[in-house]
Ligand binder design. Structure first.
Ligand SMILES: Cc1cc2nc3c(=O)[nH]c(=O)nc-3n(C[C@H](O)[C@H](O)[C@H](O)COP(=O)(O)O)c2cc1C
Length: 230
């Protein structure tokens, strides 16, 4: 269930995406590019945008549906990336699930190739995962296991997490480690949303306004760092 509106926020020049959520369902109007394919057709061997082109940020969600808390956070982060000037794409594990790495038939699964193509066409990655038993979800790790240097190496990453309990950096650090092993440049800004059941208002915005500011700083850093490194 999604009701969206762009409401002015006196603290910011950019309109802030407000999402009315009952179960965190999100298809923000501001993210028309959220599709299973890169927004621009990519030539074979193409890796990211060329000089001067708008950069593309790919969202990777730590659960199957985006109607989860971390999925909602991801959508908010991608909306903030768009406000900072990027295009965005996001993989939908509900519609196009990825097999577990090594499962029978997994190496030939067409979803895997499509996922890798989307990653190869992106310039930057925004990760959002729930913390499960002190680390990222299996869904997140499996997605990271399906990409290699040639798809994601030398690109810019940002990490976010949601937690049922107190804030900590376990999941963020573990995702940083995986991204580093993929030769990614992870920006220093990060966001952990603790006690997530109480973190969002009925309209989907953060209860704590400072969290929105941190999210926007993270998104701006992801976009500008990517532009500088391109
Ligand atoms: C299997 C499992 C393990 C969990 N482990 C933790 C944990 O170690 N620390 C914590 O703060 N919350 C833990 N939680 C709570 C989740 O982090 C929380 O429900 C999640 O961030 C909500 O986001 P989601 O709706 O995207 O799943 C766990 C939840 C599940 C289902």
């Amino acid at each position: 269930m999604t009701v969206l509106s762009h409401m002015g926020n006196p603290k910011h020049d950019q309109p802030v995406l407000r999402i009315r959520v009952r179960c965190y369902r999100t298809t923000p109007k501001g993210r028309a590019n959220a599709s299973l394919k890169p927004t621009q057709p990519q030539e074979p061997g193409h890796s990211g945008s060329s000089m001067g082109e708008q950069i593309t940020v790919m969202g990777i969600c730590g659960t199957f549906g985006h109607d989860s808390a971390n999925g909602h956070l991801l959508e908010m982060g991608l909306a903030a990336c768009e406000a900072a000037g990027a295009k965005t794409v996001v993989w939908d594990n509900d519609e196009t699930p990825l097999p577990l790495v090594g499962a029978p038939g997994s190496w030939e699964d067409p979803n895997v190739k499509a996922f890798q193509d989307m990653a190869e066409g992106a310039d930057a990655f925004l990760l959002s995962s729930p913390e499960y038993h002190g680390t990222m979800s299996g869904v997140m790790k499996n997605q990271l296991d399906w990409v290699y240097f040639k798809h994601v190496g030398d690109k810019v990453w940002a990490v976010m997490s949601t937690l049922g309990g107190q804030s900590n950096s376990n999941t963020l650090n573990h995702m940083r480690l995986s991204a580093r092993w993929l030769h990614g440049h992870v920006i220093p800004e990060q966001l952990a949303v603790a006690k997530v059941k109480d973190a969002f208002d009925d309209d989907g915005s953060f209860v704590d306004e400072e969290m929105q500011e941190r999210l926007e700083k993270l998104a701006t850093s992801l976009v500008t760092t990517t532009e500088k490194l391109r």
